[in-house]
Design a protein around this ligand. Structure first.
Ligand SMILES: [Fe+2]
Length: 216
């Protein structure tokens, strides 16, 4: 093979062991989104422990309401698809808990992940200010170099970035991510931002007879 033939072959990059995140644009109909906003605004709220401008509705389990049950049901086919990416099998998924977040101007959500859950999701009901979109954080304590090159000049991509900011989300958009993935919401520089978050579990994992069942 001469040099001309070699240069025609393209380099191949493999994405080794990546973490999936799924965005489903406009999954929730405007009717359901608006009904949810009205229901959330009508509720009494409680302040988040870590940010005084972050409020959660006092409904301990929105899944008691038909409206929120319907919103959870809309996510289930997406959970099945996303779960297939994580486990290679189409499980029966259940949204086991759901809560609402009202982020007032100046409020933020500190870095956290969701325990006792496999897939977590966020429905965006209102537009987010560009500076207060959800930010996902590269898992800390990995097996990577303890050197960084996060400079203004450095080209950032999935292999070197420490953070990933969700692109502009429209009302009705859903984002699914593995529950272990840390995330945060920077200080809200825009108007009130309303989201619904939830955790989901499969009914069981069965690996060569070593079976674990989960129930909500
Ligand atoms: Fe969260």
């Amino acid at each position: 093979m001469d040099q001309t033939e070699n240069s025609a072959l393209e380099d191949q990059i493999e994405l080794l062991f990546p973490i999936p995140l799924m965005r489903s644009p406009k999954l929730l109909s405007p009717k359901l989104s608006e009904a949810a906003i009205a229901a959330i605004r009508a509720e009494k709220v409680e302040t988040n422990l870590r940010s005084e401008q972050l409020f959660h509705t006092t409904v301990t389990n929105p899944l008691d309401s038909n409206l929120f049950k319907e919103i959870a049901a809309v996510a289930v086919p997406k959970l099945v698809d996303f779960g297939f990416m994580l486990f290679g099998e189409r499980f029966n998924w259940t949204v086991k808990e759901m809560w609402t977040n009202m982020l007032e101007p100046g409020g933020s959500q500190t870095m956290h992940c969701h325990a006792n859950s496999f897939i977590s999701g966020i429905y965006y009901l209102t537009p987010s200010h560009p500076g207060s979109r959800t930010v996902f954080i590269r898992p800390p304590g990995g097996f990577e170099y303890n050197f960084r090159h996060h400079t203004r000049e450095a080209a950032m991509g999935p292999f070197n970035a420490g953070k990933y900011m969700v692109p502009a989300a429209e009302p009705g958009d859903l984002v699914l991510f593995p529950s272990y993935l840390y995330h945060e919401v920077p200080k809200n520089q825009g108007d009130q931002r309303i989201t619904i978050a939830f955790n989901a579990i499969p009914d069981r994992l069965n690996c060569w007879g070593y079976e674990i069942k989960f129930s909500a």
